[in-house]
Design a protein around this ligand. Structure first.
Ligand code: SAM
Length: 429
């Protein structure tokens, strides 16, 4: 308790009496990187999260075709291919992950069974159409493990980490420092050039977006109450000189919102504004939420009846999207309703039910489609069946050895025979 109070006051003094060193940023950065490098929590190769749960729920079978929408270091893909004589289409937008997948696909064990695709998973439908002569539905299972891999975070030149100094990039489709400029012809793959042409880097965002835009991004995707203050500090700093590196950006955020000593713990997202700011910029730059929605929408069209969809997410916004999608498709709740408060919804539903029984008419729950079409519950045939009672989380044993798994949430649905309900609209191929 005493430590807590002392910590609080030291924060107060440093904050109000400017005891924190002023610019230049480089001097803060020097101190900052020295501390941070000692505390690196990452392992070198990505450890697949909830691998046994993913395999149990995906339940691969011989002769079937699965899609791993987030190949990464290939943890899930290898496990699926090793579990039985099946095939896997492995998607990643990261050219280095794609190269790894190509190497793996050439090994005797996986030859003719692994098909890598360099694409955003939000465009999985057109990528499959372009590369395979298959008609939809074509997959017996789809799995996604959303977010960045440890390899991406740990490579300073990719510019994802606030703990490592590197160029401000954060694009999953980029090779970081070694990336050719988007106008040049030096790309290894045609699809790499296409992905890069459509992308913006963290450098562009931080140095050219307005203060309001930056603040909104930090608030929306990082949930930081101090988003306006952080955005103002970024705009102030860039007026003196462009913000070039992750270290500079981290130092600016940490100077604006210093983390008191008593608050230091092992959950960065709870306590560290720099962690939240970096996460927010990454989500925006890679358009992660829209990508997820688009991939979920495609899964309705790509999965064969009985095919499983397994989604592992690490951010509450992503989990909410996956949950809303599956709940809607399972006929439990419409996506529009899901966006409003659940408790008031429940009260409203109860009210409607009481009114209906009083007036002696059928208490149908209305399911509104985004198209405006209104369906009665009995006329909706669910396109997915929920396969887990609630969200599945990592076991105590796993969280003890892999801290990343602590925030993981797994949701699973099984495709039915019904037509797609297309809660996010039809496919536009
Ligand atoms: C958490 S890692 C996956 C790790 C993988 N399950 C494993 O066991 O190695 C996420 C991967 O998904 C990729 N990714 C994220 N968003 C993507 C998107 N919209 N399209 C394609 N790939 C994406 C990232 O590049 C990264 O390699």
């Amino acid at each position: 308790m005493l430590v807590r109070q002392v910590g609080r006051w030291s924060h107060f003094y440093s904050y109000h009496f400017n005891l924190i060193p002023k610019y230049p940023v480089k001097s803060i950065l020097k101190n900052y990187t020295t501390i941070a490098n000692d505390e690196l929590p990452y392992t070198k190769i990505h450890t697949p999260v909830m691998l046994s749960e993913v395999l149990t729920h995906l339940a691969p079978e011989p002769g079937k075709i699965y899609c791993d929408l987030t190949f990464g270091d290939g943890g899930y893909t290898k496990a699926i291919l090793d579990s039985c004589d099946c095939k896997v289409v492995a998607v990643d937008q990261d050219p280095t992950a794609y190269e790894k997948a190509l190497q793996l696909a050439a090994t005797p064990d996986y030859k003719g069974r692994l098909f890598p695709l360099l694409s955003k998973f939000g465009q999985i439908d057109s990528a499959v159409k372009k590369n395979f002569d298959w008609s939809f539905p074509c997959f017996d299972g789809m799995v996604m493990d959303i977010g960045v891999s440890s390899g991406q975070i740990e490579t300073a030149s990719r510019g994802f980490s606030y703990k490592l100094d590197g160029p401000l990039d954060m694009r999953m489709c980029s090779r970081g420092k070694d990336a050719p400029s988007s106008s040049s012809e030096e790309f290894t793959f045609e699809d790499e050039a296409r992905l890069m042409r459509k992308s913006i880097s963290a450098y562009e965002l931080v140095n050219f977006y307005s203060r309001e835009q930056i603040a909104d991004i930090i608030y929306k995707y990082g949930g930081d109450r101090l988003s306006r203050k952080i955005a103002a500090a970024i705009v102030d700093a860039r007026q003196k000189a462009p913000i070039e590196t992750t270290g500079e950006l981290a130092a600016i955020v940490q100077k604006t919102c210093p983390q008191p000593r008593w608050q230091r713990g092992d959950d960065d997202m709870l306590r560290n504004s720099a962690a939240r700011t970096f996460q927010a910029l990454r989500i925006y730059i890679n358009d992660e939420l829209a990508e997820l929605e688009s991939a979920l929408r495609s899964s309705e069209y790509l999965l064969r009846p009985q095919g499983r969809l397994v989604v592992v997410s690490f951010h509450s916004l992503e989990d909410r999207i996956a949950k809303n999608f599956l709940y809607h498709c399972a006929g439990k709740r419409s996506t529009q309703e899901a966006e409003t408060n659940q408790f008031s919804l429940k009260r409203a539903a109860n009210r409607e039910f009481r009114k209906a029984t009083r007036n002696n008419y059928d208490a149908d729950v209305l399911l509104k489609q985004p198209s405006g079409q209104v369906l009665h519950k009995h006329s909706v045939v669910p396109s997915f069946e929920l396969k887990s009672k609630s969200v599945v989380q990592a076991s105590k044993e796993e969280t003890a050895v892999n801290s990343r798994s602590r925030s993981a949430k797994l949701r699973v649905g099984q495709r039915t025979m019904a037509e797609p309900l297309s809660p996010f609209g039809p496919l536009d191929l």
